[in-house]
Ligand binder design. Structure first.
Ligand code: SF4
Length: 468
């Protein structure tokens, strides 16, 4: 095919459930490409010699032109293993990564039109393997008799366990909750990431001998030092950012105020949560959007998002914003809550103020400035602040681990080693709330460093290329 012909192919769109068919359930909204659509989309790739999608866009540097090229040749199994050379979680990352800000945001085709739909192609390949009952498990290694503990079963813990188990280490993942997956399962709703996708990854880990212990809180039920005494030669902290950041306004402790990730965790763990008819969500990121769409699916009728900037500045991905609006959520822009009013200990109204955009702040976005005297009230049954999350630090109880001013674990960026030589950390624990792909990358670095640490080798010699 000539380059001109490739350039003429429009970006292919996946099929989606229509809004009326999706707001009453948690079925996956976006369908996979069919074969014809996947091949057509693969034909749009220009096979760049210096692929920015891979070098600058993808945090784990998946060889994107290679797997797309193999897909084009109908070598789908080989395409899958090309992704697995760098990624432990293709089916997960292809669904939950914000591709428009990563690989697709760097695709050269995006300069004059639509980028290649890299995420959907990765998903097509990963799902094809499962649908065609192909083995998605890399061969397991012979046990080397050395034990490693992992704190948290999210994407960082899963990835570190994956790489270490495949080198023969006896890995044990300690999860504080009764269910596995961390933010992948208690944060992200099932309509974006079906649970069978995550479960398949845990089956693969168990198949390679990874032990999983639930309902154990490291730092409370046992400490990191206890793990060392039990014979674990190193520990990896891969805890997520599960603690909601507060708004810091009057009335936040009233009944009817539930914070974003707390609400999602309850729903995702199958607990009945009724927010009432009128719900106001505060925030503009993916958590706020997940909360609003989940509220609709659990029976709320009027769901608003209150965001202090405009839609153009929302950090959530465009596809998520589109889905949100299609489902009937209203975005109330340039507004922020200033006080939560209540009666008898229960929330009744939210007092808000109008904002206007001023000069750009550190993030490069124009900062919201309150407009004096513009206060207004909204009646609500529930308010869900979803403005950001902090890292859960329980695991550091009893040990003197250094923390940053954002209360994240400080590590050596090249090795992911903390100030205690047998303790490593990565993912949200180090970065704060971030993407699954960034957690996977740091977890891979940590796995290599842990191996080198246990073997008594120089950690830096084996380090991954950190260029991105
Ligand atoms: Fe293909 Fe875009 Fe990557 Fe180039 S930048 S190799 S066109 S996906």
């Amino acid at each position: 095919m000539k380059p001109k012909e490739r350039l003429a192919i429009p970006r292919q769109k996946p099929k989606e459930l229509v809004p009326a068919d999706r707001v009453t359930n948690f079925y996956e909204v976006v369908s996979n490409f069919d074969q014809e659509t996947a091949f057509k989309e693969a034909d749009r790739c220009l096979q760049c010699k210096k692929p920015k999608c891979m070098i600058a866009g993808c945090p784990i540097h998946n060889n994107i032109p290679k797997f797309i090229g193999l897909l084009r040749e109908n070598k789908i199994e080989e395409a899958y293993w090309a992704i697995r050379e760098t990624s432990s979680l293709p089916a997960v990352c292809s669904r939950v990564c914000p591709h428009e800000f990563q690989c697709e945001g760097s695709c050269v085709r995006g300069k004059k039109g639509d980028p290649v739909s890299i995420g959907m192609l990765e998903r097509y390949i990963a799902d094809w393997m499962v649908e065609n009952k192909k083995n998605i498990m890399a061969p397991c290694a012979l046990p080397n008799g050395k034990k490693i503990a992992l704190v948290g079963s999210g994407p960082a813990g899963m990835t570190t366990a994956f790489y270490l188990a495949h080198q023969g280490y006896a890995c044990t993942i300690f999860e504080s909750l009764p269910i596995l997956g961390g933010m992948l399962t208690v944060g992200i709703p099932a309509y974006r990431l079906p649970r069978n996708i995550v479960n398949a990854e845990f089956d693969a880990l168990k198949n390679c001998g990874v032990k999983i212990v639930t309902d154990v809180v490291i730092g409370k039920d046992k400490t990191l030092e206890d793990l060392k005494s039990e014979g674990f030669e190193a520990v990896f902290i891969g805890v997520g950012a599960h603690d909601s950041r507060k708004l810091g306004i009057d009335g936040e402790d009233l009944e009817g105020v539930t914070h974003g990730v707390d609400y999602l965790r309850e729903v995702n763990m199958g607990k009945p949560v009724h927010l009432g008819k009128n719900v106001v969500v505060v925030g503009g990121g993916n958590v706020a959007i997940d909360v609003a769409r989940t509220a609709l699916r659990t029976g709320s009728e009027n769901v608003f998002i209150l965001y202090r900037r405009t839609k153009a500045e929302m950090p959530a991905s465009q596809a998520e914003i589109d889905h949100l609006e299609e489902e009937g959520v209203t975005i109330e822009m340039l507004a922020a809550p200033v006080k939560i009013h209540g009666e008898g200990g229960k929330l009744s109204q939210i007092e808000c103020i109008r904002m206007e955009l001023g000069e750009p702040d550190d993030s490069g976005r124009r900062s919201p400035v309150p407009m004096e005297g513009s206060n207004f009230m909204i009646d609500a049954d529930s308010i869900i602040p979803a403005i950001s999350q902090n890292v859960n630090l329980t695991s550091k109880e009893g040990v003197d681990l250094n923390l940053s001013r954002w209360n994240t674990f400080i590590v050596d960026d090249d090795t992911m080693q903390t100030n205690i030589d047998w303790v490593f950390a990565g993912g949200d624990a180090v970065l704060g709330p971030q993407t699954a792909a960034k957690a996977v990358y740091q977890a891979k670095v940590a796995a290599e460093s842990i191996h080198r640490f246990v073997e008594g080798l120089d950690l830096r010699e084996g380090r991954f290329d950190q260029e991105s």
